[in-house]
Design a protein around this ligand. Structure first.
Ligand SMILES: [Zn+2]
Length: 428
């Protein structure tokens, strides 16, 4: 038996090494490499194992007669896309069916995990080969397990950066509005005080968090002057304890922050990325530039499900969208570091994730910069520069293609026709 196992083992090793030594050639009609300012034409990408070995013009490339060739010469080829703000444990919960609360109160964790598995596959089949999934909304460390299942090859899915439980304060996260006598579960880990904050960060990092997600604002409403007001949550001291802990583990902190006091505390506390950032003042933009803070705006999700315009919630939602547009335009002008993020899960995974691209372009971002925000720029934020978000030698072979010209019409990115992750073709 032992001999048989040894033989089998040797056989497996041989298969793997043979597979790795055989190069795969991709012919690209148009190549947007994620980093260059303009596309290249008629290129050949050579892939060996899970990495890109070389990229060269078709005229100079030597393709052996018996080589494995993937012909994308009539398509536009791009690096696998990166969504820096997703929630695989949310499914765009319908309010009429109990919404967010029912997801936590009525769905067994196994059901939520099964649905998260489908969400992960949906990301990959739409060309998103990497996601930063910013908290599980009451599903504990479920994201760590899904990530492990993808890495071990049990299920298809993108490369995942996970944030696990997220952190907020008392009065700073649902479930809420229940009888005060009831001890309700919360969608995030609740802390009060710097000691609890640091302990929560340590627990989350210990259990596999690649990023820490912190909610720096919670409720928002229209104030007496007609402006958008957001309730702040953590103090600067609480956030500093988390940031200090995360940074010493060489991890980063993403802060959900709409505007006002909470957004200011996020910046003063040393947050690495501002999520949503609906209303950012000029002074705050300067501070972000100085501190190198990333901006992940997630625009599209704020145009959904508006209540009627004559209701307080309807007015608030319209105000959110209008100040968000201004902030995004200011951020563009100031050359802030912007990454593509959608909050998908906040809307159903059946919808196109790439719907965020036309929003960014409509508000003045160039199509090429929008693509970079979902490729090389996001890679930079994730400390994966040169490894993902780019088609270049040494990068992972995360490659997608679309039948059309994304620089002419960015909406075409909703119709990805070819997906390869780490040299393995997932969709063709
Ligand atoms: Zn979110």
């Amino acid at each position: 038996m032992r001999i048989l196992l040894a033989v089998l083992y040797a056989f497996t090793l041989t298969c793997v090494s043979t597979a790795q030594s055989q190069a795969v050639f991709i012919r690209a009609g148009v190549l947007i490499d994620g980093k260059s300012d303009s596309p290249l034409r008629d290129q050949v990408i050579v892939i060996r194992g899970n990495l890109i070995e070389s990229v060269s013009s078709a005229s100079s490339a030597k393709i052996p007669a018996d080589a494995q060739v993937i012909d994308l010469s009539h398509a536009t080829v791009l690096p696998g896309l990166i969504d820096s703000h997703t929630h695989i444990f949310l499914q765009g919960e319908d309010r009429a069916q109990g919404g967010y609360d029912a997801n936590i109160l009525k769905q067994p964790l196994s059901l939520r995990a099964a649905r998260a598995t489908v969400a992960a596959r949906r990301a990959l089949e739409q060309g998103f080969t990497t996601i930063r999934d910013v908290e599980t909304e009451g599903a504990g460390y479920g994201d760590v397990g899904i990530k492990q299942a993808i890495e071990a090859g049990y299920i298809p899915g993108p490369r995942m950066f996970v944030a696990t439980r997220a952190i907020s304060t008392t009065g700073g996260y649902p479930l809420e509005d229940y009888a005060p006598e009831l001890e309700m579960p919360k969608g995030a880990q609740i802390i009060d005080g710097p000691v609890e904050a640091r302990k929560a960060a340590r627990e989350q990092l210990d259990h596999g968090a690649d990023w820490i997600k912190v909610y720096m604002t919670h409720r928002s409403w229209i104030g007496k002057d007609g402006d958008l007001v957001s309730q702040p949550t953590l103090t600067v001291e609480e956030l500093r304890a988390i940031v200090d802990e995360a940074h010493s583990w060489q991890r980063k902190v993403a802060c959900h922050a709409y505007n006002g006091i909470g957004l200011q505390r996020a910046l003063d506390g040393g947050c690495d990325s501002i999520e949503h950032g609906l209303e950012i003042t000029d002074a705050q933009i300067s501070q972000m530039l100085k501190q190198g803070t990333w901006y992940c705006p997630t625009i599209s999700v704020y145009y959904r499900d508006w209540p009627p315009a004559d209701t307080p919630a309807g007015q608030r939602d319209r105000k959110r969208a209008s100040v968000h547009e201004l902030s995004f335009k200011k951020a563009l002008k100031a050359n802030l570091k912007i990454v593509f993020g959608t909050d998908v899960g906040g809307f159903p995974w059946t919808e196109p994730i790439a719907q965020e691209f036309p929003r960014m372009v409509d508000l003045g971002m160039s199509p090429m910069d929008a693509i970079k925000s979902a490729t090389s720029r996001a890679a930079e934020m994730l400390d994966m520069e040169g490894k993902i978000g780019v088609i270049a030698p040494g990068a992972y072979a995360d490659i997608i293609a679309v039948n059309g010209e994304p620089l002419q019409g960015i909406k075409i990115l909703e119709k990805i026709t070819f997906v390869m992750k780490e040299g393995k073709v997932f969709r063709q």
